[in-house]
Design a protein around this ligand. Structure first.
Ligand code: AMP
Ligand code: ZN
Length: 455
C-alpha cells in the first residue's frame, strides 16, 4: 500500500489511481533565468514520486509545463511579466529567452538523472486551448470581463481556499492591489489585455493579449491528462495562490474535483536562510561543480531529508552527502560477484522494508538506512542485485554514464597513471601523480582500483 500526504486533506492517505495509468502533473519552471538547486529539489521530488510509482508496477502519464509567458514578478497578478524583464536584461526576444532557459532546464534535469514526464508542454503552444478554456468559464458564469482582461470570480466557487490559502478580506490590500473593476481583490486574471508594446500577444475574443499565469496549468492538465488527475506536485510556495487558483479554474469548468492528491515539497534553504540573488547564494549545479561536486552528490543530499521538511543546504552538508554516496557506491560494488550466500528469507525482508519505507510517503532517509543495513551482509552477488533493484528508485549512476564532478582531462591523466602502475613504470606513475596534484587532485589506490579526490 502506498501512502502519500495530501495537502488538501492535510493527512496521509492511501494512494489509489483513478484509472490504469497514473496521471501526474508537475508545475514546471518559469524559463527566465538559470534554474537553481532549490528548483531542482522540486524536480527531484517529482522524480522520487515517479520512480516509486514505477517501482510499485504503475505506468505513468505525466506532464510538466514550461512557463514561457504570463508569470508576473508577483504570483498575485502584479508586476511585470518575468519573460519581458529577462528579455530587456539580456537584450533578446522573449522567444529567445524561453528557448535558451528551456534548453538549460532540460540539461539540468538530465544531469540529475531525473525521470522526466511523458509530456513537456510550453504554455505558448496551447494558447488556442487557453482561449477555449477561458471562454468556457465565461459561458458558465465563473468569469467576467473588465477593461483590463478576463477575471475569475471567486465568489462563484465556495471551495476557494481549500488548500489553506483562505480569503481574508482585511488583508486584501496587503496582498493585492485593489482594482476598482474587480469584484473581489482575490479575483485573479485569466486573460490580460496587452498594451501595444507587449511583445508576446495573441488575438482573442477579448482583444489582443496573453494568458494569466495560473490558467496554463489547468489547461495543459486538462488537455494532456483529462478531467481526473491523480497527483499534482509543486513547491510549497505554489500552494496558497497558484494551486488555489488552479483548483478554482479546473473544478469549475469540469464541474467536479479534478486533482486527487496535491503534493508539495518544502523549500531548500541556504545556510539557514532564503536563497536569493541579492544574497549571492542562488547556487546552480555548475556552482556546485566548480567546488568539486557532481550533480549526483546533490541527488544524495536530496534523499537525506524528508520532502515535507525544509532542508538546509550548506557545502559542509553536501560534502557529507558526497562522502556517503562514495562509500555507498563502493560498498555496493564490493558485493558484485561476491560468493557469499544470503538467504532468500533475508533478501525478502530487505525488499519488504525498502518498499515499506518508500511507500510511506517517500521516507527516503529510512530507505537509505535499510540499504546500509543490507550492505553489511557478507559479500554476495544477491545483495548487489538487490541494490540494483533499489536503485530503480534511487537513480544513482553506477555505470558512471552521467557526468562526474571530475573533468575529463583529469580522469584521462588518472587512467594513464593507473596504466603506468600496472606496467610497473613507477617513475611515469609518480610524474602523473604530481601532475594531478598540481591540478588539485589527489589519487588514492585501493584493491578495487583507484579514486580521485579534489584537494
Ligand atoms: P519557478 O521556476 O520559480 O516557477 O519554480 C519552479 C519550481 O521550483 C516550483 O515548483 C517552485 O515551487 C520550486 N522552487 C522554487 N524555489 C524553491 C526552493 N528554494 N526549494 C524548493 N523548491 C523551490
Ligand atoms: Zn502550475
Amino acid at each position: 500500500m502506498i501512502k502519500f500526504f495530501n495537502s488538501l486533506s492535510r493527512k496521509k492517505e492511501e494512494f489509489v489511481p483513478h484509472g490504469q495509468l497514473v496521471k501526474m502533473y508537475s508545475c514546471g519552471p518559469t524559463v527566465y533565468s538559470y534554474p537553481h538547486i532549490g528548483n531542482m529539489r522540486a524536480y527531484l521530488f517529482m522524480d522520487n514520486i515517479r520512480r516509486v510509482l514505477k517501482y510499485n508496477g504503475y505506468k505513468l502519464d505525466g506532464v510538466v509545463n514550461i512557463t514561457d509567458v504570463g508569470h508576473l514578478t508577483s504570483d498575485a497578478d502584479e508586476g511585470e511579466d518575468k519573460m519581458l524583464v529577462a528579455s530587456q536584461r539580456e537584450h533578446k526576444s522573449p522567444w529567445e529567452i524561453a528557448k535558451f532557459y528551456t534548453d538549460i532546464f532540460m540539461q539540468e534535469v538530465k544531469r540529475l538523472n531525473i525521470d522526466m514526464p511523458e509530456h513537456i508542454v510550453p504554455a505558448t503552444s496551447v494558447i488556442d486551448k487557453i482561449i477555449n478554456f477561458v471562454q468556457g468559464l465565461l459561458d458558465k458564469g465563473y468569469a467576467y470581463k473588465t477593461s483590463k482582461g478576463v477575471y475569475f470570480d471567486i465568489s462563484k466557487f465556495p471551495g476557494y481556499g481549500k488548500l489553506g490559502g483562505g480569503v481574508d478580506q482585511k488583508k486584501a490590500g496587503a496582498r493585492i492591489d485593489v482594482d476598482e473593476e474587480k469584484h473581489s481583490p482575490y479575483d485573479f486574471v485569466l486573460w490580460v489585455k496587452a498594451p501595444k508594446e507587449h511583445i508576446m500577444q495573441w488575438d482573442s475574443p477579448w482583444g489582443k493579449g496573453y494568458p494569466g499565469w495560473h490558467i496554463e496549468c489547468s489547461v495543459i492538465g486538462n488537455e494532456f491528462l483529462g478531467e481526473y488527475i491523480d497527483i499534482h506536485t509543486g513547491g510549497i510556495d505554489h500552494k496558497t495562490i497558484h494551486h488555489e487558483n488552479e483548483i478554482a479554474q479546473s473544478d469549475c469548468l469540469c464541474g467536479h474535483r479534478v486533482v486527487n492528491f496535491w503534493m508539495h515539497v518544502e523549500f531548500l534553504q541556504v545556510d539557514g536562510g532564503k536563497m536569493g540573488k541579492s544574497l549571492n547564494n542562488m547556487y546552480t549545479l555548475d556552482d556546485l561543480k566548480n567546488k568539486g561536486f557532481a550533480p549526483e552528490d546533490f541527488r544524495y543530499f536530496y534523499f537525506m531529508a524528508h520532502y515535507s521538511k525544509q532542508q538546509n543546504f550548506t557545502f559542509e552538508a553536501l560534502k557529507g552527502a558526497r562522502n556517503s554516496l562514495k562509500a555507498f557506491k563502493m560498498a555496493v560494488k564490493s558485493h558484485k560477484g561476491g560468493q557469499g550466500d544470503v538467504s532468500e528469507k533475508k533478501l525478502e525482508e530487505f525488499r519488504q522494508e525498502f518498499l515499506e519505507a518508500v511507500n510511506d510517503d517517500l521516507n527516503m532517509p529510512k530507505a537509505l538506512a535499510l540499504c546500509q543495513k543490507a550492505l553489511k551482509e557478507e559479500k554476495s552477488e544477491q545483495i548487489f542485485q538487490l541494490m540494483m533493484q533499489f536503485n530503480k528508485v534511487l537513480g544513482f549512476d553506477f555505470e558512471e554514464k552521467v557526468e562526474s564532478s571530475i573533468p575529463q582531462e583529469i580522469q584521462e591523466l588518472a587512467k594513464q597513471r593507473w596504466q603506468a602502475k600496472q606496467n610497473r613504470d613507477f617513475a611515469l606513475a609518480d610524474n602523473l601523480r604530481d601532475a594531478l596534484a598540481q591540478k588539485g587532485y589527489v589519487v588514492k589506490d585501493s584493491k578495487e582500483g583507484y579514486s580521485l579526490e579534489k584537494l
